[in-house]
Write a protein that binds this ligand. Structure first.
Ligand code: G6P
Length: 364
């Protein structure tokens, strides 16, 4: 069937808005056909290491997954950009698995990286949106993310579905390796099942974000900061923004601020801080205060507790619902996407077809 904009101004707006439904459907289907438990087939007991490889937004999903696998499964993870992996020729353990994440399943560098790993690892796993794609065909095991057709060049719903799939894998690994009990896994899955509801709340930020995007659209440079699993979200937020608004943006680990980017801070540089009220919150807030002491314009994205504790002195605050720590990267993707989208709309760029970019890069 032809995919339509269904009343939205852009495919990207539609794809952002449909995420709660898409994720709920994907989780339901995964439960039905057994990919939720990843069948007995994907058994992590004898795996000594994972190598996650991808490009672009899919790569940032892999960086989030590294935090998850290490935390809930105590499994060491290497993450690589496909174009680096394929030529660096890293030594791979024969007991390791290599996981390739790709929306299209056709990205040339990711496919070449898969072929490069082929003879060296115990198993090749593909996490793809297109199950008939080249990457899926060449893998030993395929996990469909079930995001549906994604038209906007800037990936949105595929990112959150990639994250959900990778989290389910990490939970399975945690259980197989005896780090998580069956009850703990069930509790995390129940949290995940409730996530689409929280995403609906997060989507209500579209209006306040559209307003502040008028100001962001004037900026030359924008910085995104995050710590822990919010660090890759800062990277993704910056990528989304630069892809479609053409504003220079950088994502940084909050703790690295003082090792370079703080030199850029002045009253004209918006700094977007993604910080749920978790165990790392106070550390991030102290980095944020370093920005404010230099008259940086801080946009804090947190939950009600975080905003109450640290919102004073910020340029703007956006409040998300509270979310279990593990799921925060999936929920916080929504304001990151909305910020990029509305800033691009304010600038009048071609949101769905940004200049110089392609949806799927099938050449090196
Ligand atoms: C292109 C797209 C990105 C995407 C990347 C990887 O650069 O513009 O949105 O993240 O390719 O694509 P893949 O299909 O492998 O996920």
């Amino acid at each position: 069937a032809r995919v339509e904009k269904a009343g939205y101004r852009h495919f990207m707006a539609k794809e952002i808005a449909e995420q709660p439904v898409v994720l709920a459907d994907a989780l339901r289907e995964a439960g039905r056909d057994g990919t939720l438990s990843l069948a007995a087939d994907l058994d992590f007991r004898d795996v000594d290491r994972l190598t996650l490889v991808a490009c672009g937004t899919a790569y940032y999903a892999c960086v989030v997954a590294k935090y998850w696998f290490e935390q809930v499964a105590r499994l060491p993870v290497d993450v690589d950009i496909a174009s680096e992996f394929r030529y660096r020729d890293p030594p791979l353990s024969p007991k390791s698995w290599a996981i390739f994440v790709s929306q299209s399943g056709e990205t040339a560098d990711t496919l070449a990286a898969l072929r490069h790993a082929r003879e060296q690892v115990a198993r090749i796993v593909a996490v793809v949106n297109v199950p008939t794609s080249s990457i899926a065909r060449e893998a030993d095991a395929v996990l469909p993310i079930r995001a549906g057709v994604e038209v906007g060049v800037a990936s949105t719903k595929a990112f959150t579905c990639q994250l959900a799939t990778l989290l389910l894998m990490a939970l399975k690994a945690g259980q197989d390796r005896g780090v998580l009990t069956a009850e703990q896994v069930a509790a995390h899955r129940a949290d995940l099942a409730a996530l689409p509801g929280l995403m609906n709340h997060a989507l209500r930020l579209a209006e306040p974000i559209a307003l502040l995007a008028e100001d962001l659209a004037e900026a030359q440079d924008i910085l995104f900061l995050g710590r822990g699993a919010m660090y890759p979200l800062a990277l993704e937020g910056a990528l989304k923004l630069k892809e479609i608004s053409y504003i220079h943006a950088e994502g940084y680990a909050s703790g690295e601020l003082k090792h370079g980017p703080i030199a850029l801070i002045d009253a004209r540089v918006p700094v977007i801080v993604m910080a749920p009220r978790d165990a790392l919150f106070e550390k991030t807030v102290s980095n944020m205060q370093e920005v404010m002491a230099r008259h940086g314009k801080v946009l804090l994205i947190s939950d009600a507790r975080g905003v109450a504790e640290a919102g004073a002195g910020c340029w703007r605050c956006l409040t998300l619902p509270e979310v279990p720590d593990l799921l925060a990267p999936i929920l916080y993707a929504i304001p990151a996407q909305l910020l990029a989208y509305h800033t691009a709309v304010a600038k009048g760029t071609d949101v769905d077809q940004p200049r110089n970019l392609a949806k799927s890069v099938t050449v090196e």
